[in-house]
Design a protein around this ligand. Sequence first.
Ligand code: HEM
Length: 130
Amino acid sequence: MNSAVILQIQSAIILLLMHIGVYIILKKKNRLLHAKCMGIAIAWDIILILQIELTRGAIAKAIKVPTNPIILNIHVGMALTCVLLYFVMIYSGRKILKGDKQLLKLHRFSGALALTLRTLVFFTSFMVVS
Ligand code: HEM
């Protein structure tokens, strides 16, 4: 199995974990399990980015924005936005767990955005492999 396939399989599992964490676990109102599941998915996603950097020098390729195909720039932009949103999710999620409901709106909105973007990152990743 080549490294691209191993990376795609990990990416698919992470995406599945995120959808299970939101659509299945939250439906059962298990907030703590939701937090744990999302925490694992986020940590694994950041480790996945490190693996992509180490095995394929992703940053050196990604920064050639003017000469890169537009789909690669879109893919990288969405992936970076996701990572930024992860910090918002962890911050707001921890506050909500402690009982502060003020950030619930932000958590919902950025959660929906993060999940949509992460799903698009997965599908566009098949268009940018070289
Ligand atoms: C990408 C990561 C995440 C996504 C996409 C996400 C998404 C969501 C969504 C859509 C809700 C439902 C809000 C509602 O309509 O009731 C929610 C609730 C919640 N999330 Fe997250 N979440 C993420 C990460 C986290 C993390 C890391 C934590 C904790 C450290 C956390 C803690 C919570 C809690 C406690 C609730 C329940 C709020 C309530 O209804 O009282 N989430 N999340």
